[in-house]
Design a protein around this ligand. Structure first.
Ligand SMILES: Cc1ncc(COP(=O)(O)O)c(C=O)c1O
Length: 477
């Protein structure tokens, strides 16, 4: 289980959150003064203030001058949640590649306000420590690492990855792990091992555009499952599909899907696993956002619920530590052999030095503290971005409430054109991702995804607000 030691102020914040959750503290209630809490808990005034301020940043508490801190009222202005998407009527071929390449180009343009990026700001990552680890490894043992590494990857890294799986309740051995070039390669290897051109794969809708791109390149068809913005896919719709036609695989996020931020409850995950097992359809899970949860516990990935019997687990360090190192992994269980064959055929093995640098970093034990920091930062960014959206976007806008990750999904009225908004936003130096690239059948033209992965500053706040005003103007046309 993931139970890292929390700082005192985080413990206090957790306590307050728990009291709000169980009703002991109701909206509008005044909290005891900072001094009283400090005396009651035997902690310093500054620690109490740090906890209160953090909850204020998340919109949980409000500070009233001369009066103290209050539990925020349930916001009457809060925007509704986006609708659950519709089921596909049939599987579609995917044609997305040109759009993805263009968006990646814009998202990596530093001149634009970065509301479109899918990786954290470099300032939030451990770049300096990783750089030092990389430089040290190259200096001390450069020639030793200028070789092909074992086909499954650097053993020390595989051991660290296997140890981390214990935190979510799954026993992996280092030999179960194959290091890949990011989660992208893991998903490509998994799909190639279980499906062939023309096969149908069931996916969430909306889903990550890179997955759609991979499906297109592999010649696979996508069946888009109705997906609730909080609870994930509709298992009954999947059951109906499986009764009707052959499906080669189901690809789902383990938690906090991109772009909705939705996560299935454990019971839903278990019934989905039972359904897929009955039909002998493998589940490919993508857990890149699993470590970025805002609540107390990491949601369990599917592999921890079926022991890996019918699950291929894919993940990477791209969202939490080192997007540029291109280090991901796959635990393919029953499909380990065809996956390894493909890895050897496509790229033989991954570059050694980035693996060594990440293994060094993980071995220091500093990763947990780092994760705690970025979880807090993303939770605050998401709360701030939600407030900026509420204050500036049209009143009809619906917005997701992710419990992890760093994306917000916005739905505007049906006739709204997020592509037109995209063109106007680019003219004003703002980047985001329009909704149609999250669907094989190019739905969601009235939706958009904003990223809260950057350090919050005036440029971001102002960018969101200007985008909101542009959306208002477009909607009024
Ligand atoms: C859901 C999801 N899976 C996979 C990836 C790609 O991960 P990587 O950079 O490790 O290839 C992304 C990147 O945006 C993503 O959002």
């Amino acid at each position: 289980m993931d139970t890292p030691t929390l700082h005192r102020y985080e413990q206090l914040a957790e306590l307050i959150l728990g009291m709000i959750e169980n009703g002991a503290l109701a909206p509008g209630m005044r909290l005891p003064s900072v001094r009283t809490v400090s005396e009651q808990h035997g902690i310093s005034v500054s620690t109490v203030l740090q906890a209160f301020r953090m909850l204020e940043d998340r919109g949980v508490l409000v500070a009233r001058p001369q009066s103290g801190f209050y539990v925020a009222a349930a916001r009457s202005g809060a925007l509704a949640l986006p609708s659950t998407s519709r089921a596909s009527t049939k599987a579609s071929t995917v044609s997305i590649s040109g759009a993805v390449a263009a968006l990646i180009e814009h998202a990596s343009n530093p001149a634009l306000v970065p509301l479109g990026c899918a990786v954290p700001d470099a300032d939030l990552l451990q770049s300096t420590r990783l750089d030092s680890a990389l430089a040290r490894a190259a200096r001390q043992h450069g020639s030793r690492y200028n070789v092909y590494c074992p086909p499954r990857g650097e053993p020390r890294l595989r051991r660290e990855i296997a140890k981390r799986a214990m935190r979510f309740g799954h026993a992996l051995s280092p030999d179960d792990v194959l290091v890949t070039g990011g989660c992208t390669e893991a998903l490509t290897l998994a799909l190639g091992a279980v499906a062939g051109p023309g096969d149908t794969v069931a996916i969430e809708s909306p889903t990550y555009m890179g997955l759609l791109h991979t499906l297109e390149v592999l010649g696979l068809k996508a069946f888009e499952l109705p997906t609730d913005p909080q609870h994930g896919i509709d298992v009954d719709a999947l059951a109906r599909l499986l009764e009707r036609e052959p499906v080669a695989a189901c690809v789902l996020s383990s938690s906090f899907n991109n772009p909705l931020g939705s996560t299935m409850a454990e019971a839903g995950k278990r019934s989905l696993l039972a359904l897929l097992a009955r039909h002998a359809v493998p589940l490919i899970e993508d857990d890149v956002y699993g470590d970025i949860y805002f609540s107390r516990e990491r949601p369990k990935p599917f592999i921890a619920l079926d022991g890996g019997a019918n699950t291929i687990y894919c993940s990477s360090f791209s969202k939490s530590l080192a997007p540029g190192y291109r280090v991901g992994w796959i635990a393919a269980g029953a499909y380990a052999k065809p996956v390894l064959e493909r890895k050897l055929a496509f790229s033989l093995c991954c570059a050694v030095l980035p693996q060594v640098a990440i293994a060094d970093f993980l071995e220091t034990g500093a990763y947990e503290a780092h994760l705690r920091g970025i979880r807090r930062m993303f939770a605050e960014n998401v709360a701030r971005m939600t407030r900026a959206i509420e204050a500036s976007f049209p009143a009809e806008t619906k917005v997701s409430r992710p419990a992890g990750g760093f994306f917000l999904w916005l739905e505007l009225p049906k006739h709204f054109d997020s592509r037109a908004l995209f063109d106007k936003a680019l003219e004003q130096g703002i980047c985001f991702v329009p909704g149609d690239v999250f669907s094989a059948s190019r739905r969601f033209r009235n939706c958009l995804r904003l990223s809260a992965a950057h350090v919050w500053d005036d440029r971001i706040e102002d960018g969101v607000r200007r985008l909101g005003r542009l959306a208002q103007a477009l909607l009024a046309c």
